[in-house]
Design a protein around this ligand. Structure first.
Ligand code: FAD
Ligand code: 2HG
Ligand code: ZN
Length: 482
C-alpha cells in the first residue's frame, strides 16, 4: 500500500515503558494487557490488509472505570491511543498508525436492559452487532442497522463511525436511533449521557458529537438505542435493469408504490455481480437466463403477508410490463433470501479476494452516480476493474477499483479526480465509512475551511494533547495550527 499521505509520528507522544505496563496490569487486575505478537499483529492490521501499525500493546478493559483510569493515565503520560472495535474499518480508522496503545472494549459486552414496550436497548459498547440482533430476535425486535460486517463489528464501532448499511432507508441514521451514550473523554472524565428518552431538549445534545467522530473525541462505553419491532412479513426481490436510468425510475416507483413497506433498495452493476459470483463459493446467479447490466434488490417489511405480497407482485408486474425491469425473482423462503443478500453483502469480500482495491464511499445526487463510474472506466481503461454498487436508495455509491496490486500510477489517475468530481457535485467523500487515516487530508473536499476549523477547536477542547486516534479524521496541519 502507498504510504505517501501518512503524516510523520508526532514526537510529543511518549513510548510505552515497563512502568506503564505495570500500571496497566494493576488497573486491569492482570487480565487484558496484551503483548502477544500474534494477537498484536491482527490488531495492527486492518480488514483490507492495506494499513499496518506497530503497536506493542493492546488493553481490554472490562468496565467504564477501567477505561477512565487507562485514559487518565495515557493523557498524563502523553501516550497516544487508538480505540478499536471489531477492526472492520474500511478507511484505516481502527488500526494504530505508529505505536499507539490499542484500547478494545470488546470485553464490555453485556446487555444492560431491554424495555419490551418502548423497544429501548441499553448495552455495553463492545457488544457485537450480530449478537444484539439475535438477542432482539427473541424479544420480537430488530436492530435499526444491518451491515455485512455484523459478525465482527461492535455497536460502539458502529456508533463511532455512524454506520449506515442496508436498513438506513427505512430506519434512518444512528443520529436518530441512538438515544444516549456513555463516553470517556481523553482525560478520563466519564460523560453520562445514557438517556433512554425519545424527547429531551435540554441544552446542547452532546451525544451527537460522538456519533461518527471515529474515536477522536472519546471512547464510547455504553449505548442506549431505539429498536424497531420485528414485523412478520419480509420479502426480497432480486431484479434486473438494462440501464442506470431504469434503476433510478424503479427507485422512484418503489418509493411511491411500496412506500410504507419499503425497507431496502440496493444496487450492483454487472462488474460487481460477475466478481461476486466468481470469487465466492456456493453462490448462484438468481437470474441465470441472461446477463444484465444492473441488478437491484428491493426488500419490503410489513405487518400483513397477503397484503405485502400482493403489493410487491403488482409492482413487479407493472415494472416488467413497462420495460423498466427486464427480469426478476422474489425469494421463496428465508434461505433464498439470505442467498440473495449474500450476493450483495459479499461484494467487499469478493473484492478483497481479487487483489488490491481502491475504495470510495460517496454520497452523490442519484442521477449523477453512474456518470462518475463511466468516466472512471474511461480514465483507467483496461488497467483496472471499476466496480459499482451500494445503497442507491440513500444516494450512496460504493465505487471500488480493483487491480492485481497497488500501483501509484493508477492511484494518480483516480485521485484527486474522484474527490474533485464529488466536490463539484456538492457530494460527500464519505457517505458512511468515515474519514479515518485514508481521507484525513481530504476533508476539505466536503467541508469548508471554517467548518474544519470548528471541528479542530472542538477536538482541542475535548482532547487537548491529541492522544485520541491521532492522524485520523482531521488533517494534522489544521490541528497543529489551532
Ligand atoms: P472499528 O473498525 O474497530 O473502528 C472504526 C472506528 O471507530 C475507528 O476510528 C475506531 O477508532 C472507532 N471506534 C471503535 N470502537 C470505538 C469505541 N467504543 N469508542 C470510540 N471509538 C471507537 N459501514 C457502513 O456504514 N455500512 C456498511 O454497509 C458497511 N458494511 C461493511 C461490510 C464489511 C464486510 C466491512 C469489513 C465493513 C463494512 N462497513 C460498513 C465499515 C465499518 O465502518 C463498519 O463495519 C463498522 O461500523 C465498524 O465497526 P467496528 O466495531 O469494526 O469498528
Ligand atoms: C457495503 O455496503 C459496505 O457493502 C462496504 O459499506 C462497501 O466495500 C465497500 O466499498
Ligand atoms: Zn455500504
Amino acid at each position: 500500500a502507498s504510504t505517501a499521505s501518512i503524516p510523520e509520528r508526532n514526537k510529543s507522544f511518549a513510548t510505552i515503558n515497563s512502568d506503564d505496563i505495570s500500571y496497566f496490569n494493576k488497573v486491569l487486575g492482570g487480565r487484558g494487557v496484551v503483548q502477544d505478537e500474534e494477537k498484536l499483529d491482527d490488531a495492527n492490521t486492518d480488514w483490507m490488509r492495506k494499513y499496518k501499525g506497530s503497536s506493542k500493546l493492546m488493553l481490554q478493559p472490562r468496565t467504564t472505570q477501567e477505561v477512565s483510569q487507562i485514559l487518565d493515565y495515557c493523557n498524563s503520560r502523553c501516550l497516544a491511543v487508538v480505540p478499536q472495535g471489531g477492526n472492520t474499518s474500511l478507511v484505516g480508522g481502527s488500526i494504530p498508525v505508529y505505536d499507539e496503545v490499542i484500547i478494545n472494549v470488546g470485553s464490555m459486552n453485556n446487555i444492560l436492559s431491554f424495555d419490551k414496550v418502548s423497544g429501548i436497548l441499553v448495552c455495553e459498547a463492545g457488544c457485537i452487532l450480530e449478537n444484539l440482533m439475535s438477542f432482539l430476535d427473541n424479544e420480537g425486535y430488530i436492530m435499526p442497522l444491518d451491515l455485512g460486517a455484523k459478525g465482527s463489528c461492535q455497536i460502539g464501532g458502529n456508533i463511532s463511525t455512524n454506520a449506515g448499511g442496508l436498513r438506513l432507508l427505512r430506519y434512518g441514521s444512528l443520529h436518530g436511533s441512538v438515544l444516549g451514550l456513555e463516553v470517556v473523554l481523553a482525560n478520563g472524565t466519564v460523560l453520562d449521557m445514557l438517556g433512554t428518552l425519545r424527547k429531551d431538549n435540554t441544552g446542547y445534545d452532546l451525544k451527537h458529537l460522538f456519533i461518527g467522530s471515529e474515536g477522536s473525541l472519546g471512547i464510547v462505553t455504553k449505548v442506549s438505542i431505539l429498536t424497531p419491532p420485528k414485523l412478520p412479513s419480509v420479502n426480497l426481490a432480486f431484479l434486473a435493469c438494462e440501464d442506470y436510468l431504469s434503476c433510478q425510475k424503479i427507485l422512484v416507483e418503489a418509493k411511491t408504490k411500496l412506500g410504507e413497506i419499503l425497507s431496502a433498495f440496493e444496487f450492483l452493476d454487472i462488474n460487481a455481480m460477475d466478481l461476486v459470483l466468481k470469487q465466492l463459493d456456493g453462490l448462484r446467479d438468481p437470474l441465470p437466463s441472461s446477463k444484465h447490466n444492473f441488478y437491484v434488490l428491493i426488500e419490503t417489511t410489513g405487518s400483513m403477508e397477503s397484503h405485502d405480497k400482493e403489493k410487491l407482485e403488482a409492482f413487479l408486474a407493472q415494472a416488467i410490463e413497462s420495460g423498466l425491469l427486464t427480469d426478476g425473482v422474489v425469494a421463496q423462503d428465508i434461505n433464498q433470501a439470505s442467498s440473495f443478500w449474500r450476493i450483495r453483502e459479499g461484494v467487499p469480500e469478493a473484492l478483497l479476494k481479487e487483489g488490491a482495491v481502491y475504495k470510495y464511499d460517496l454520497s452523490l445526487p442519484p442521477e449523477k452516480i453512474y456518470d462518475l463510474v463511466e468516466e472512471m472506466r474511461q480514465r483507467l481503461g483496461t488497467a483496472a476493474n471499476v466496480v459499482a454498487y451500494g445503497h442507491l436508495g440513500d444516494g450512496n455509491l460504493h465505487l471500488n477499483i480493483s487491480t492485481p496490486q497497488y500501483d501509484d500510477n493508477i492511484l494518480a489517475k483516480i485521485e484527486p479526480f474522484v474527490y474533485e468530481w464529488t466536490s463539484k457535485q456538492r457530494g460527500s467523500i464519505s457517505a458512511e465509512h468515515g474519514i479515518g487515516l485514508m481521507k484525513a487530508n481530504k476533508l476539505h473536499y466536503s467541508n469548508s475551511a471554517e467548518t474544519v476549523q470548528v471541528m479542530a477547536a472542538i477536538k482541542k477542547v475535548l482532547d487537548p494533547s491529541g492522544i485520541l486516534n491521532p492522524y485520523k479524521v482531521l488533517p494534522t496541519s489544521v490541528l497543529s495550527q489551532s
